[in-house]
Write a protein that binds this ligand. Sequence first.
Ligand code: ZN
Ligand code: ZN
Length: 247
Amino acid sequence: MTRRDLHVHTCYCDGKSTPEEAVKAALEKGFGQIGLVAHSYVPFDEESCIKPEKIAEFQGEVRRLKEKYRGEIEVFCGLEEDIFSEQSREGFDYVIGSVHYIKRGGRYFSVDETPDILKNLIDGFYGGDFYACAEDYFALVGELEKKRPTFVGHFDLIKKFRSFIPFDSGEPRYVSAWRAAADRLIKSGLPFEINSGGIARGYLDEPYPSPEIAEYIKSQGGRLLLSSDAHRPEDIGFDFERLQGLI
Ligand SMILES: [Zn+2]
Ligand SMILES: [Zn+2]
């Protein structure tokens, strides 16, 4: 089976390597397909997303690599579209639908950036109740259904900082929240990625989504694919051998 990783970031957003360095690393690791993706533009977090004036350049560079490496590895151009982004999908081969922020009090709080930002959100707007925040997060993830992405990115990203902000993933409110979102997305036929990025970066010892959620998705007829969300070439395909059993 062709090895593939459709979630690899480059220096066009917050990744470390050039697109070509990423393609070469994937080739060396024996991949037959690689998807280079950019975080879609959002005006409230310009540090981590692609700049509007760089979109055409990114797409052009990926097209060049597609041609250059034809016959060795298939190269795709992807957009990791945040649910709050209004950037056009034109020129991209596929779209990963992701939730990275919760909007409260007119501000966007990243659930992905630092434990402090998440803690400020939970304390400031949810009275310190992590589960209430997780309910809002998963409600937003369920809304990805309307966006019709190619697949759903890091389904349970809200758990990223659990070593700083501990919670019980068996808590019924948490389980109902993710189940409602998963049911909605499965019903609409959207595949989910099994994303090893949180493991590669040392935050977690399990992927997004967690094995119990992946099992649930499978049991309900949902589809899963492996991806790394690599921000460094060495993380392409990270832990795929171990996670293969989940798909
Ligand atoms: Zn993401
Ligand atoms: Zn990503």
